[in-house]
Design a binder for this molecule. Structure first.
Ligand SMILES: NC(=O)c1ccc[n+]([C@@H]2O[C@H](COP(=O)([O-])OP(=O)(O)OC[C@H]3O[C@@H](n4cnc5c(N)ncnc54)[C@H](OP(=O)(O)O)[C@@H]3O)[C@@H](O)[C@H]2O)c1
Length: 263
């Protein structure tokens, strides 16, 4: 799929992977609609795009019907939406016993309910494109149930299931679906699980590298795109020999229960 001139709506475009995706799509000639709750952060992303590009910003909370309506309006007014990128997300971490009801609700609303509802709301405008595509930003933790990330894993497993289901359901409408599974990435979200990076031996990617890989997958119209590195091998082992992953992660989680990271 040629991205030149394509209209791409990106949620969570004011920072991290979403901002890097906006820059990478724009570099390949696509025209971003930048969505997020913070006007200043969106304006900063817009300032990093080529000045001649008719990019738009949309200040909206994807968890509210009102916010999603504003997104539908701006995409409809543009007259064309080729690609929806469901990127906005929260990364709750810590022991399950320490997660509050509101942390659980926010995670499920932002990472699961909102992208499903926004996809539904934008189907009508997406169907007008000659090559529509939905891109869901999941995580390696959408395949590997990881200690200290129980609620987050639950949301990303759900997003992966949603992606498979709509890929099959929307094939009749010629709407393609790409599910992306980055590994840990150096963004604001990663600040929240800083204390877990070394104990679990995580490697962090740069958001620019993640965005490059995802946008290339969109160009290829790939169904899935997984982070390179040891985590991809881990996903394969998880599918074939899940007990091995249990053994590796249980021992690390046990050490953390008695060590300095108690949250
Ligand atoms: N960082 C990682 O290690 C990692 C790894 C794999 C996958 N991911 C996934 O990558 C995606 C982006 O995360 P990130 O790492 O780039 O973190 P980030 O910099 O914190 O970005 C998250 C974005 O989501 C937006 N957002 C949150 N709630 C929203 C809402 N209700 N309505 C609209 N926008 C909302 C935030 O913008 P405002 O607060 O301004 O609205 C923010 O720009 C997430 O889906 C995350 O799960 C991250």
């Amino acid at each position: 799929m040629l991205l030149e001139g394509r209209s791409v709506a990106i949620t969570g475009a004011g920072s991290g992977i979403g901002r890097a995706l906006a820059i990478e799509f724009a570099r390949r000639g696509a025209i971003p609609i930048l969505i997020g709750r913070n006007a200043e952060k969106l304006a900063e992303t817009a300032s990093l795009l080529p000045a001649a590009l008719p990019a738009k910003t949309c200040v909206a909370d994807i968890t509210s019907a009102h916010g999603r309506e504003a997104i539908v309006q701006i995409c409809t007014a543009r007259g064309q939406l080729d690609i929806l990128v469901n990127n906005a997300g929260l990364v709750p971490s810590g022991l399950l016993s320490n997660l509050t009801d509101s942390e659980l609700q926010n995670a499920v609303m932002t990472n699961v309910v909102a992208p499903i509802a926004l996809t539904r709301d934008l189907l009508r405008v997406l169907r007008r494109s000659d090559r529509p595509r939905i891109v869901n930003i999941g995580s390696i933790f959408g395949d590997i149930g990881h200690p200290h990330f129980a609620a987050y894993c639950a949301t990303k497993f759900a997003l992966r299931g949603f992606s498979d289901a709509i890929r099959r359901e929307l094939a009749a409408d010629r709407i393609g679906v790409t599910y992306a599974a980055p590994r840990a990435t150096r963004t604001g979200a990663a600040d929240g699980f800083q204390a877990l990076i070394a104990p679990y031996g995580m490697s962090l990617d740069r958001p620019e590298a993640v965005a490059h890989q995802i946008v290339s997958a969109v160009e290829r119209e790939a169904a899935t795109v997984y982070a390179a590195g040891a985590e991809r091998l881990f996903v394969a082992i998880q599918r074939l020999l899940p007990r091995l992953v249990d053994i590796a992660l249980i021992s690390k989680a046990r050490k953390l229960r008695t060590g300095p990271v108690s949250r």
